[in-house]
Ligand binder design. Sequence first.
Ligand code: IPM
Ligand code: MG
Length: 379
Amino acid sequence: MSSKNFNLAALAGDGIGSEVMREAIKVLRAIEKRFPLQFNITEAPVGWAGIDAAGKALPDTTLELCRKSDSILFGSVGLPDRDPTIPKEERPERAALLRLRKEFGLFANLRPVKLHKQLAHACPLNLDRQAGGIDILVVRELTGGMYFGQPKKTEEIVIADRQDGNLHPVLRAIDTMVYTTPEIERIAHVAFKAAQLRRKKVTSIDKANVLENGVLWRDVVTRVSKEYPDVTVEHMFVDNGAMQLMLKPTQFDVMLCENMFGDILSDEAAALAGSLGMLPSASLGATNGDQTFGFYEPAGGTAPDIAGKNLANPIAQILSVALMLRYSFGQNDAANAIDDAVSKAIASGLRTGDIFNPADPAAKKIGTREMGDAIAAGI
Ligand code: IPM
Ligand code: MG
């Protein structure tokens, strides 16, 4: 049987990026041995690695490679120690990550949060609150809202002092939250379609009691929901949503969020899965034929404090590979093989430090590399 070929750009970035990327590639190589799939993987620098190699967070050659690839496998970028030393527009988060999202129109961000049974103790909630299982898909709009809206600037203005009436210069920062109907429609469709393949419930998050954006969001989502009569839709204010995640996370199936609310709630939800190191993420653009260009990354950061020490949890990066096989290439069997291998590694007691509980007699603390080896062996 001839095998299918895919071109991948692997951008490991900074901090723990290269360590967890190495394990993800190891797992891809294991997939090649078992399935008729082949991956041409080209690595390129991004983030501070890009600045050090070519003077910018997203070097032209890296961007060119991404354009020629079928998908991007991304690590993470940004180093809190170095970031403040350059202008904010040039920092890795904005100049590489946000730029790539915009450049490739990656409007749909999917973040599946699933608490493995054996990690119940790593979840900050007690067992009662986990009963029934925590299995949430956060669908986050990724190219609109406050992250990209214009104007976006910090400016000096003059205001009158309340005491003496004298004029004083002060700084004023402005971010703009803006959404158009089509932007809300397309992400709503993604959420409802995803729900049809799951437990058929969408909880749409907004702040319709205060924000114009919230009112429009709710109207559009309600209208789109009519096209999916098999899916239950519910609307929730974001503050209540944050609270409900703590009180009764099992009520959620798909959570549909605008950009900033999704950023915040997906981290909160990730903590429920035991660690940010367990949370993969898929960022998708438009579909072309049977392939969707996607950008796959762990949702955790660069964790410079543990970088280079073989301590990072590679599972989020490895699960991101599974998302890529599923969403970009339609290779569900291969994706399931990765998900199963991760479950097996966890079931056998293997734990990186972030999910290790010394009180669990079956748990064995291992490093990044060993976790990658075990998962690759389980494919
Ligand atoms: C995320 C991250 C990014 C975001 C940062 C690094 C810009 O927090 O992917 O959730 O806010 O989108
Ligand atoms: Mg975030």
